[in-house]
Design a protein around this ligand. Sequence first.
Ligand code: FAD
Length: 463
Amino acid sequence: MAEYDCDLFVIGAGSGGVRAARLAAMTGARVLVAEEYRVGGTCVIRGCVPKKLMVYASAFKRDFEIAKGFGWTKCETAFDWRAFLVAKDAEIARLSGIYTANLNNAGADILYGTACFVDPHTLEVTGEGKPRRYTAEKVLIAAGDRPSLPDLPGIEHVITSEEAFHLPELPKRMVIVGGGYIAVEFACIFHGMGVDVTLVYRGPNILRGFDEDVRAHLADELRLRGVKIQLACVHERIEKRADGVLVSHLTEGLKLESEIVMFATGREPHVKTLGLEKAGVKLNDKGAIAVDEYSRTSVPHIWAVGDITDRMPLTPVAIREAQAFAETEFYSKPMKFDHADVPTAVFSQPPVGVVGLTEGEARHVHREVDIYLTRFRPMRTGFVGGDERMLMKLVVARATNKIVGCHIVGADAPEMIQMAAIAVKASLTKTQWDETCALHPTAAEELVTMHEKYVPQELAAAE
Ligand code: FAD
């Protein structure tokens, strides 16, 4: 039998890589983890965590306004971006340190540098000093994804989410391009921090793939709060004027001036530097690493998890895929991760939480569905005369009475949807939801008190 330098070589110390490496090392396996940037990966260093801290920071603006309506006076406020950056970076460094310590404590060794296949069982790591080669019995690729930019004149002037976490100062005006969750979240973040934000998206509405009622409701709420949304147009070029101002030239002759243009139009699996062809690892038609339900690639001793497989690019999904891999290969407990009914959130302001099918998907899968929908003014903002409304929507398969989709837009939607996901995953019926007693006074109680089926106004008028 061949002698290898390690039992498992993990490429990438992000959400998926760290989980798999720790679990494998805890069995006594010899584990090496290569990381080319910082331990923690996208989630900790330039994704979920710093983003959520920015969401918290930016949300205070509205909170201070609301506070006045509740009797608070002398609410003079100013936001110090640089002070926030210092605190945010300290927290990210702390978390990255915890991830590093966890790997070390489990017995895994970290190699700082970029790993690349030399042959199916050999990897070369290039970092500081001379490149070093390691042989591995098994390899797990957990190298994540990266922002991708379109090819258009002036694209060198734009930033992506990676740079948005480190702006030297806040601009006066910002154009954010894209309609996905990252674009929408950053539009709300910078708007909350006092920047004049215009969101530009080529489609008919933001958040493609989400339920139509959610998309329409959120777009209305963003406009109400002052985020400008320019739909159905694309950038033709970006011009940098002598005074430093960027001019976005859009279709239909539209022009927007701003100090910063941020593109959040897509991300691509980070496969380029891996030398996959030397290992024989195949990609799928989306350019991601092709895997089976056990995350095994086209090469039997090589697996891939997380964003690089482009199945469902979310941190908890990468972690669960990695866990299933480790349980299968190092604990002799074959395990697959079930990608159905994974709850997701958009940390916009107001936020969105969804689990299960959209109404459109449910009609396609189940044919006959019943919809329960409510829009209402939440107590907290209604009290101060705010026009904000919450949306809650349940999608029920008529034949089984099971709740197959739950969609919420409004304060605390992500927190609520985590709990609702338990019920949807457990295939509870609408009757069982309704048997659950309300908790008063909350917004969430509306979820268990929607008794009337919803008929859209246009359908009601036609009947
Ligand atoms: P990553 O965490 O990206 O880790 C990959 C690691 O591999 C990186 O550290 C990278 O440096 C390293 N690497 C790459 N190539 C090599 C190489 N050749 N050699 C050595 N190291 C290498 N998900 C959520 O669930 N909730 C959210 O709110 C959320 N917000 C997000 C916000 C933003 C702005 C972004 C960009 C992403 C967000 N995500 C969110 C997605 C989430 O961050 C990813 O799904 C998750 O990090 C994927 O984990 P991973 O292990 O696949 O890859």
